[in-house]
Design a protein around this ligand. Structure first.
Ligand code: GLA
Length: 732
């Protein structure tokens, strides 16, 4: 990063000098962007520019814009990033720049800190900006420090605000629900407030997502136009909103959702808000996505540079019907198909209470030896024999009323004073109070005990199947009940820190009733997330499209499931199911014993082919080409290696009509001057495609694309209403 701190002193013959001409200017720059601030001491901190890089002489010509961390009290009609009730009851905060400092963190990232001080109270706010070598991401967050004699109350404490100049700005965001996560929504920003929020308490990406994109040149396009992307890195309740008022600016705010979360800061205490990651791209939505992916894999996602294993998960294959022979058979089956890991899902634990359905035993993480007489050791041995690694499911932040844990420690659950706790899944599920250090120990011990007893566990699926259902902590004091949502997440993060410090190598998936934990606030401790409980390949195209706006394929678990599908009951041919799974972190989630011979063969070939393209998909650059949301009958995307010497193109037909006319799709991201040989992967056709084995320049492929037939060339009785293609493009 190149952070310039320049005193822009004009030595010209101007007669009247505006005060800002001797401003202290902070330029936070990345390879393809600059965020320029006027940080003149004694003045408001103001945005001068966020966009393409600007040079030093341009910087001195910029005019200051809008306050970037407005506080509530003076001009109260405007939305504020910060609102404080001071120790004397005053509601007014007035922040001016005090100083600018620079530091470097352990990752080699540069941090520029602008300290703001209140004009009356000894209260300061550090506004931080962090940039990473070679990355087009600027993270911003604040630290609020109470230097007053007694406590202050934070009523709102956003991570950041960013003014976006009005024009023809469109907002893209994700919305969904269980089994239909991450649907893309796009709309022009109009006057009033557009708000995206979460109040689940424990999970935060089932419905709304804490990430947005602003397309500055009108209707969003995948590969062209200026885009600002923003992702809040927080595991808990959030609020992102855009206030468009009578000024010329859309004022974007993002941070922890302050509703019912007023936070008291004692004298001398400080509060650190979670980072908001910002990016700027002139290459459309896909360009902004690539910036998030590249940075995320390197600096945020746990082990983001290590290709993930191809796995079979037992859930949709057997649900709770876990037994030793069944698990062993599944291990052998996935090994026979070329897979590398077997994950035993829910149903393996419980002694006093058996986990035969979802209403018992969470919290009692002992092996149910009635189902697994040789325990986990027996399973790991069997996995060894089969030649695959072994993984296991847990849900450590939760318990059931029917559990030893709850019977011995009812004080550990979330519950409002004097009320019976509301019970979730199975009619008995409760959430543990992560604000309580004793509960943090219990959760730490769930993982630590498993990993200590069975160090060869390779993978953990960490689930979370309930929201916080009552606002009440049995641990927090009466005057700190409003801290629940925040302290619960602080407790979770502390626990995850301890786990990762001791067990850095185990792969951990963040699952939460499907895609409830796809957020950069979780991923420093997790290697991936479960994208959705819905494995229907057609619907996955839409969900994975949205998810890919902010998260890379390496983190996006994508499994081949049975036909008919268990959620939509759609019967999708195995070819299409594998072709969708191969565009993410590929896995299987079905009972292999129920697969037909043809399904096995296609799957086996798909796994072999996935191994060839795994580094391209999981570590390459994503170019989304034609969106399923455009309803053109087809969706397509591709991944390209950073060296542009290898690429993989995915094409899925999303609708079938006789003699339909589908668009031919120009590719993207290739080297125009290089020549690429085309090979079809996971092929089921009797005849190769016309261009099989032929070579084309990147220029031609990006200008014209390739003509993909509407259907597969298979025997008459093998025809279906689905078609999909995966093409590998290898530089000659
Ligand atoms: C959640 C997960 C599923 C599965 C079940 C087990 O719903 O999302 O994948 O693990 O729990 O109970």
């Amino acid at each position: 990063m190149n952070v310039n701190l320049a005193k822009a002193v004009l030595c010209s013959a101007l007669l009247a000098w505006p005060a800002w001409l001797s401003a202290e200017i902070v330029n936070i720059s990345t390879p393809e962007s600059s965020l320029v601030l006027d940080a003149t001491p004694g003045q408001k901190l103001r945005l001068m520019h966020f966009g393409a890089p600007v040079n030093a002489s341009e910087i001195s010509n910029l005019t200051p814009g809008v306050d970037v961390y407005p506080a509530y009290g003076i001009y109260p009609e405007r939305e504020a990033a910060l609102s404080i009730t001071h120790s004397d009851g005053s509601m007014v905060t007035d922040l001016n720049v005090k100083s600018v400092t620079e530091s470097t963190d352990k990752d080699g990232a540069s941090i520029k800190t602008i300290t703001l001080a209140d004009t009356k109270y000894p209260l300061t706010v550090d506004v931080n900006y962090r940039t990473y070598p070679g990355q087009d991401i600027i993270e911003t967050w604040t630290e609020i420090r109470n230097g007053e004699k007694s406590p202050v109350t934070l009523n709102r404490f956003m991570s950041a605000s960013l003014p976006v100049r009005m024009g023809n700005v469109w907002l893209s965001s994700l919305y969904g629900t269980w089994a239909n996560e991450a649907r893309v929504e796009q709309r022009p920003l109009a006057h009033g407030v557009t708000m995206i929020k979460n109040k689940d308490g424990a999970r935060n990406s089932h419905t709304a997502h804490a990430e947005v994109m602003f397309s500055l040149d009108g209707q969003p396009a995948e590969n062209s136009g200026r885009v600002i992307g923003a992702a809040l890195e927080y595991s808990g309740n959030y609020k992102l909103f855009v206030d468009t008022d009578d000024s010329d600016w859309h004022r974007f705010f993002a941070g922890i959702n302050e509703e019912n979360s007023a936070y008291r800061l004692a004298k001398g205490e400080s509060f650190v808000t979670p980072p908001l990651a910002l990016t700027y791209s002139t290459e459309g939505l896909s360009g902004a996505s690539r910036n998030f992916h590249k940075w995320g894999r390197k600096y945020r996602l746990h082990d983001g540079d290590k290709p993930r294993k191809i796995l079979l998960n037992s859930w949709e294959g057997v649900y709770f019907d876990i037994d030793e022979p069944g698990m062993q058979r599944m291990m052998q089956d996935i090994a026979d198909m070329g897979g590398e890991l077997f994950v035993m899902d829910d149903g393996w634990f419980g002694d006093r209470y058996q986990r035969n359905t979802d209403n018992a035993a969470l919290g009692d993480w002992t092996v149910d030896t009635r189902k697994l007489p040789h325990g986990i050791d027996g399973l790991i041995e069997a996995a060894d024999k089969a030649g695959v690694k072994f993984g296991i499911w847990i849900e450590p932040e939760m318990t059931n009323t029917t559990s030893r844990l709850y019977e011995t420690h009812p004080e550990y659950v979330i519950k409002a004073p004097g009320r019976t706790p509301t019970q979730g899944r199975g009619g008995t599920q409760l959430v543990l109070d992560m604000a309580n250090p004793k509960v943090q120990d219990i959760v730490f011990n769930v993982v630590d005990t498993l990993m200590t007893k069975y160090p060869r566990i390779d993978y953990i699926k960490w689930d979370a199947n309930a929201p916080i259902m009552d606002h009440g902590s049995q641990y927090l004091a009466a005057d700190k009940q409003s801290h629940l949502y925040i302290d619960w997440h602080k407790g979770l993060q502390k626990t995850l820190d301890r786990i990762r410090e001791k067990h850095p190598d185990v792969t951990i998936q963040a699952c939460a009733s499907g895609g409830g934990r796809a957020n950069w606030g979780f991923l420093p401790w997790f290697d991936e997330f479960w994208t959705s409980d819905n494995n229907d390949a057609l619907q996955r195209i839409y969900m994975q499209w949205g998810t890919s706006y902010f998260f890379p394929a390496i983190a996006m678990a994508s499994h081949v499931s049975a036909a008919p599908n268990h959620q939509t009951f759609r019967r999708i041919p195995i070819k299409f199911r594998t072709d969708v799974a191969m565009s993410g972190r590929m896995g299987l989630e079905l009972q292999p014993q129920k697969m037909t011979e043809e399904e096995r063969t296609v799957c086996k070939n798909a796994i072999a082919d996935y191994k060839k393209i795994r580094p391209i998909v999981q570590l390459g650059d994503l170019y989304r080409l034609l969106s399923p949301y455009d309803r053109k009958g087809v969706a397509s995307l591709m991944y390209v290696t950073p060296q542009k010497d290898d690429a993989v193109f995915f094409w899925w037909k999303t609708e079938t009509f006789m003699n339909q006319q589908l668009p031919r799709i120009p590719m993207a991201g290739l080297d125009p001057d290089a020549t690429y040989t085309v090979t079809e992967l996971n092929r089921i056709d009797n005849e190769p495609l016309d261009f099989e084995g032929k070579a084309f320049t990147g220029r031609y492929l990006m200008d014209q694309g390739l003509e993909i037939p509407l259907t597969h060339r298979v025997d008459y009785d093998k025809n279906t209403d689905y078609a999909s293609r995966i093409l590998r493009l290898t530089r000659k």
